[in-house]
Design a protein around this ligand. Structure first.
Ligand code: AMP
Length: 280
């Protein structure tokens, strides 16, 4: 496995792979790697000739400077984890490699998908995400890129980005990896206090109960059910939304031809966690 630490080396690595006809699989991450990230890597290894993982804590997607400052950075451990995987290269770019003209996001519009849920509660977040992913795609020129359903709205945004820019690459969604107690794996989980780590599995427990509840209840009643369930925990519900998987527009009624998904953001103490579950 090779370590690529700057743009020039990344571009020449990509050129070499392209010249020898290698199909490139790409897994963008912000590091603090866990098994969720590795499931993306493993899928890429299976489906491509060569797999490259990027590790870059993207400043422009943080709407909260404190969150950016405290985001876990575990470079040495990440290298070890990837050495033990079948990944071929790690790209650790510098901020100026990604933002040669300064740390600014481009403005995007994705037919309203960007304004729902995370877009509402984290203004500017998806402009930052789309900017950095677009830049990575320019550099790496992958044949396939892997995104977790953990960040379902992000996955939909990236699918739209590829369509909009008419890029010749396939976005591959990967299922959410969970801890044994159901908590969705996340780099932010390491920042939970002991008390909140014990409380956090209730997010998925409640989502699983919701999947049953909605079968015989309306959308409105389901939303109330979720709020009431969280009132009985130490977790603070920021939002629970039931939306069309395609448009991410909030649903007010159940319709047969629409795939619905429940999306949630919760504060466990100071740590903001997100999760989602299919409701079909
Ligand atoms: P991050 O480092 O948090 O930006 O995540 C990098 C990629 O890994 C994104 O595509 C995430 O959706 C994905 N990912 C993060 N956590 C999980 C998980 N628990 N299961 C599956 N994919 C995940």
């Amino acid at each position: 496995m090779i370590l690529i630490k700057n743009l020039t080396d990344a571009l020449s690595w990509v050129k070499k792979q392209k010249q020898s006809g290698q199909k490139i699989g790409f897994v963008p991450t912000m590091g603090a790697l866990h098994k969720g990230h590795i499931s993306l890597v493993n899928q890429s290894v299976e489906e491509n000739d060569i797999t490259i993982v990027s590790i870059f804590v993207n400043p422009t997607q943080f709407n909260n400077q404190e969150d950016l400052k405290k985001y876990p950075r575990t470079e040495e451990a990440d290298k070890e984890i990837l050495k033990n995987s079948s990944c071929d290269a790690i790209f650790f770019p510098k901020v100026e490699d990604i933002y040669p003209e300064g740390e600014k996001s481009e403005k995007f519009s994705f037919d309203g998908i960007e304004n729902q849920m995370e877009g509402k509660f984290r203004p500017g977040h998806f402009d930052g995400v789309a900017t950095v992913v677009k830049r990575f795609f320019e550099i790496i020129q992958p044949d396939k890129a892997y995104f977790g359903e953990k960040d379902f709205q992000q996955l939909r945004i990236i699918q739209e980005l590829v369509k909009k820019l008419n890029l010749n690459l396939k976005i591959v969604p990967v299922e959410i990896m969970r801890e044994a107690d159901g908590l969705a794996m996340s780099s932010r989980n390491t920042r939970l206090t002991k008390e909140m780590r014990e409380e956090a599995p209730k997010i998925y427990q409640i989502l699983s109960e919701t999947k049953e509840f909605i079968k015989s209840n309306s959308i409105e009643a389901t939303k109330n059910f979720v709020q009431e369930k969280f009132n009985q925990t130490k977790l603070d519900l920021e939002y629970f939304e039931i939306a069309d998987e395609q448009t991410l527009a909030p649903a007010s009624e159940k319709e047969n031809h629409i795939n619905l998904r429940g999306f949630i953001a919760v504060f466990a103490g100071e740590i903001r966690l997100i999760d989602n579950v299919s409701l079909n």
